[in-house]
Design a protein around this ligand. Structure first.
Ligand code: FAD
Ligand code: DLZ
Ligand code: SF4
Length: 512
């Protein structure tokens, strides 16, 4: 096919690596052309973790190779190609000049910023642009809007039940399997001494991946994180293998130890598939259906399977719905008016607080931390220390290989920071050191004493927790789920309150 006279130019983004992508439907190799591009703007609009960039570039290159093998015409622009225009818009402009397509076809992107850009292309480049719904998600943006309409607050649990019914997942007729919708109460076991956590999946590095590792090491050396060792799956086959390994080796205990944290065990019994789901190597519905089959075959208990399915069918779809429902305003939400700069310890892990140190260092090494580390250690601290949501959002978007704004922002602004004032969560996820001590073994190796409430060697989570409730009394006191906390606070002596305020001030000043 000559470059001139292309019918459709299909742009595929780095998180759209799915063979059945909406924008590829009806693709005609004789008349259509694909564009994929590694662009500096995407790698640096926030300075992503090195592993995240190498992972996405390698997965993109492998995906392009598979399309090429199928006989699809594809222009793949590598980061160092001399004509690389450096941004999606620049690459589209160049491709429009070279191919003169009748139409550009894209699948909805995962970030408002990119959608906004795409919507300008028709006028800027004088070519029609078709933006197709991303049907890899199980709830469309419009369906979520319909569900949300008329509700003051949106609770995930009710949304999740609707999704279970809609897709007939873990159902017996119109009733949930086992009689309950949610088995979370069985999913809060602290770690015990004898856990034998299986080794995580470790993919072979091929030439394509090695090239990406070298490229990132050279071009993004000032970005956060360790590039090596590199072990992520970068093809669909590898990602499917990693998924099967999870079902065989970890799913049985996923539920029970979902909230547990163990020093030196960053992967625990979690699935480690968020990277693959979010860039398109795995499809959420296939993951959910396979998990149900494991349960039906009697190979994993219901609390584990239901808990896992709830994350993918419930939380994942729900946070995406919230993001598109509330953007662009959601990016500015800051209910507590938190203004503190992100402490440097989030980048170098240099702190005497062992829980934070472990979670930051593991994040630096793996571009991964499991949910409870993100929520109850790193997130909890950001909340009670009053860190500016812009800074927290940027950090989470940078450091995790699964981070794209549609999923990162509702988890940060809504779930950990309560920045939306309770739209997503019914109360702030604030916790003292006792929670971290119960659910982990971090406190044993800490310079602070988790049982001490005040003074220089007391666990900072203990006084910051109460300081958070004191500082935000006007905003939180009326919340019925916080009655117990405010009742306890009302019983405190003035001296005790003052000690909390003084310790918190001293500690927070020391962060600066
Ligand atoms: P598992 O624990 O095995 O769970 C299975 C799957 O469920 C995950 O792969 C993921 O697709 C989905 N899931 C679980 N919890 C959530 C959730 N709260 N929201 C959306 N999907 C969920 N997840 C991301 O994919 N990208 C992010 O940028 C991201 N940022 C987060 C930031 C904060 C502050 C918090 C508290 C959570 C964040 N999460 C994010 C959700 C969750 O922590 C990760 O999905 C999970 O840790 C990924 O590891 P896993 O694949 O082993 O998950
Ligand atoms: C995250 C990322 C990075 C680092 N680089 C690229 C890239 O060079 N090319 C690309 O197509 N996509 C990349 N991505 C993913 C995009 O940022 C993502 O597609 C948008 O944020 C929309 O979700
Ligand atoms: Fe974290 Fe406090 Fe435990 Fe130290 S004592 S590990 S700071 S919870």
């Amino acid at each position: 096919m000559s470059a001139k006279g292309v019918r459709n130019l299909v742009l595929i983004l780095g998180d759209q690596l799915s063979p059945d992508l909406a924008s590829l439907k009806g693709f005609d190799p004789n008349r259509d052309h694909i564009l994929m591009c590694e662009v500096f703007e995407e790698a640096t609009y926030v300075k992503h973790h090195k592993k995240k960039i190498a992972f996405l570039f390698s997965a993109m290159r492998h995906f392009a190779k598979e399309l090429d093998n199928k006989g699809f015409n594809i222009r793949y622009t590598k980061l160092d190609d001399k004509d690389n225009a450096g941004s999606f818009s620049g690459e589209i402009e160049r491709a429009v000049k070279d191919f003169n397509p009748e139409k550009i076809i894209v699948t909805e992107p995962g970030e408002y910023r990119v959608l906004h850009d795409m919507k300008s292309w028709e006028e800027r480049f004088n070519v029609s642009v078709e933006i197709r719904r991303d049907d890899r998600f199980l709830c469309s943006i419009d369906e979520f809007k319909d569900w949300a309409e008329g509700r003051k607050t949106f609770r995930m649990e009710f949304f999740y039940r609707e999704m279970r019914k809609k897709y007939n997942i873990l159902m017996e007729g119109d009733k949930p399997v086992g009689g309950e919708w949610n088995y979370d109460e069985q999913n809060r076991q602290p770690p015990n001494e004898n856990l034998d956590v299986p080794k995580p999946y470790n993919a072979q590095i091929d030439d394509i991946t090695q090239d990406c590792i070298d490229l990132v090491a050279e071009r993004f050396s000032d970005h956060f994180g360790d590039i090596e060792p590199f072990y992520f799956a970068v093809t669909r086959d590898q990602a499917l293998y990693a998924l099967d390994k999870f079902f065989e080796e970890r799913l049985q205990k996923f539920g029970s130890y979902q909230d547990a944290m163990v020093q030196g065990e960053p992967w625990m019994y979690h699935s480690h598939i968020s990277f693959y789901l979010n860039c398109g190597l795995l499809n959420p519905l296939e993951v959910i259906e396979k998990a149900e089959l494991v349960y039906r075959a009697g190979d994993a208990p219901l609390n584990s399977v239901e808990g896992f399915i709830r994350q993918v069918l419930g939380w994942r779809e729900y946070v995406r719905g919230i993001y598109w429902l509330k953007m662009p305003g959601y990016a500015d939400e800051n209910y507590f008016n938190a203004k503190r700069k992100l402490p440097w310890l989030y980048w170098d892990g240099q702190t005497k607080m062992n829980c934070l140190r472990q979670c930051v260092l593991e994040t630096k090494e793996n571009a991964y931390a499991h949910h409870i580390q993100r929520l109850m250690v790193l997130g909890n601290f950001a909340l009670i220390a009053g860190i500016d949501p812009d800074e927290v959002n940027e950090w989470y978007l940078v450091v995790y290989a699964d981070a794209f704004e549609w999923v990162e922002m509702p988890n940060v602004t809504g779930m950990i920071l309560f920045g939306d004032g309770g739209l997503l969560a019914s109360k702030p996820y604030a916790a003292s050191g006792a929670y971290i001590n119960r659910m982990s073994d971090y406190c044993k190796g800490c310079s602070f004493k988790v049982t001490k409430k005040n003074g220089p060697d007391a666990c900072p989570f203990n006084y910051l927790y109460w300081d958070f409730f004191i500082r935000n009394e006007d905003k939180l006191k009326g919340n019925p789920r916080l009655n117990h906390s405010y009742h306890t606070l009302s019983k405190m002596t003035d001296e005790k309150r003052q000690a909390i305020i003084d310790d918190s001030k001293r500690f927070l000043n020391s962060l600066e």
